[in-house]
Design a protein around this ligand. Structure first.
Ligand code: COA
Length: 370
């Protein structure tokens, strides 16, 4: 409990662990709903739209226990009302060193030390779990960064973050170093026909010997092992100078667990993969998370396995997924994607498709307990 003097009142902040109920009706204390509401309040404030506003019932699946990650949720109440939240995510691979701590404080309750108290609690939990590299993230809409703003540079990559931003000041004040900046870009869909067909001609001219396969919600059984192997490459193959990343173990069971989780969260996966002709070997893939009834979808991993680069397979799978998207969710208007600022090949594909710079994400890290 933190107590502080605010005028004539003594304000009290209580931070408590949040249980993930089976159903929203079981959330008798309202803590889980409060946890989701705090995230929604911060998302509306930051993005000024509802792209990252979630229904608590859909979020249950995302937070329920997983064999691959431990998630701990905490809610800070200020005078009884939800004011801040902490999410700690610990990968369960034995040799892992990292964990993620996310802190959000509603705009009306900022600068009262709630963020710091939540972050300290998160760092303690990471230490207790035996992990030493704590990551946290900050998000910055480009249109809100004043022109000529002083920037702070990451350890790797060409793009910096605005040094006077609240969350940058907060991360620096708490001893975090800026490891990497990801560029968030946005594409309006559908692509104009002329753009789509010119890009498809390019992809076709280079991708002889490969076919594209798309699936909605469930990976075809014959590809699931190979898809799992490709998923494991992702954390190894993305640029990650300046940040510690753990390897992930993937098998068919993990693929199935993840796809079911996203189905339950009402945001199923739409996947396009490139497969070597005459085999079931997945050599490239790209994932869209398609929230039901939403105007936006999120582009997640895109990977071309190293030995198969140079065949425009990244472009081929992205185009195949856009065609599939038009079928499964014709109402979608925009796609958001995240790429390391130094990932020039991926950014070049995105630029050719018409993605436009929209925001920046800072990946901050700190060592604890050493
Ligand atoms: C970043 C965030 C969590 C801070 O929460 P908070 O409760 O306001 O943080 P605190 O009151 O504990 O602030 C701690 C220190 O951070 C720095 N700081 C925080 N906000 C600041 C601001 N607007 N301007 C300058 N410094 C700021 C200060 O050093 C502050 O200490 P001080 O108040 O004694 O000067 C909150 O602004 C937020 O939720 N932002 C959106 C989500 C986010 O970016 N989370 C990730 C953060 S790594």
């Amino acid at each position: 409990m933190i107590t502080g003097d605010r005028g004539f009142f003594v304000v009290r902040v209580i931070i408590e662990r949040v249980a993930v109920p089976e159903r929203i009706a079981d959330d008798t204390t309202g803590d889980f709903v409060g946890f989701v509401d705090v995230g929604n309040d911060c998302a509306l404030h930051l993005w000024r739209n509802d792209d990252f506003v979630y229904d608590p019932a859909d979020q249950l699946a995302w937070y329920r226990p997983s064999p691959f990650r431990l998630r701990m949720l905490y809610l800070a109440r200020l005078d009884g009302e939800p004011a801040g939240r902490l999410l700690v995510t610990v990968p369960l691979e034995e040799e892992a060193t990292t964990a993620e701590v996310e802190v959000h404080v509603i705009p009306a309750a900022r600068r009262h030390g709630i963020g710091t108290a939540l972050l300290r609690r998160g760092e303690d939990l990471v230490g207790d779990a035996g992990r030493v590299d704590v990551s946290t993230f900050t998000e910055h809409v480009l249109a809100d960064i004043p022109s000529g703003a002083r920037t702070i540079a990451p350890e790797a990559g060409p793009v910096g973050l605005p040094a006077d931003d609240d969350s940058v000041r907060f991360a620096l004040a708490n001893g975090y170093a800026l490891g990497q900046v990801e560029e968030v870009s946005r594409l309006t869909v559908p692509l104009p026909d002329a753009v789509a067909s010119a890009l498809q001609a390019q992809a076709d001219a280079h991708s002889d010997g490969y076919r594209t396969v798309t699936w909605w919600q469930h990976c075809p059984e014959e590809l699931v092992e190979s898809f799992a192997a490709a998923r494991a490459r992702m954390v190894i193959d993305v640029p990650h100078d300046g940040i510690a990343l753990d390897t992930e173990r993937w098998d068919a069971q993990r693929v199935r667990e993840e796809e079911q989780r996203w189905i339950d969260a009402a945001e199923p996966m739409l996947v396009a993969a490139a497969v070597r002709d005459g085999s079931d070997e997945v050599v490239a893939y790209t994932i869209l998370l398609v929230a039901q009834d939403s105007k936006k979808v999120e582009q997640w991993d895109t990977l071309v396995v190293a030995a198969h680069r140079g065949h425009r397979l990244g472009l081929a799978v992205k185009l195949a997924n856009l065609r599939a998207l038009a079928e499964v969710a014709p109402g979608v208007e925009r796609i958001l994607t995240w790429n390391a600022g130094e990932n020039a090949p991926m950014l070049a594909i995105n630029a050719a498709m018409g993605f436009e710079a929209y925001a920046l994400d800072g990946n901050w890290q700190k060592r604890v307990g050493t």
